[in-house]
Design a protein around this ligand. Structure first.
Ligand SMILES: [Zn+2]
Length: 85
């Protein structure tokens, strides 16, 4: 499994996975959450009985956090409709 980057907001390393389920939908969202500042990473959508996709959640979290060798893009370069499907 890929290592998680530190929290981009507080630098915390105490990160865990949370699986949010919506009763009115057939989908669940897996997030990485920082237990220090409660920051929630981007959600990875799953349907039905699909297994918790921690790897995808890690990729999303790390992309958001950015790293010295792979920094997050500046806000003006991120498409504004990125979160809409
Ligand atoms: Zn944090």
């Amino acid at each position: 499994m890929k290592p998680l980057e530190l929290c981009p907001f507080c630098g915390g390393a105490d990160l865990k996975f949370t699986d949010l389920k919506f009763d009115h939908q057939q989908t669940r969202l897996t997030h990485v959450v920082c237990t220090m500042c409660q920051s929630l990473g981007p959600g990875v959508e799953m349907t039905g009985d699909q297994e918790l996709d921690e790897t995808a959640a890690i990729v999303m979290w790390n992309r958001r956090a950015g790293t010295p060798t792979d920094p997050a893009p500046p806000p003006e370069l991120v498409p504004k409709d990125l979160d809409k499907n």
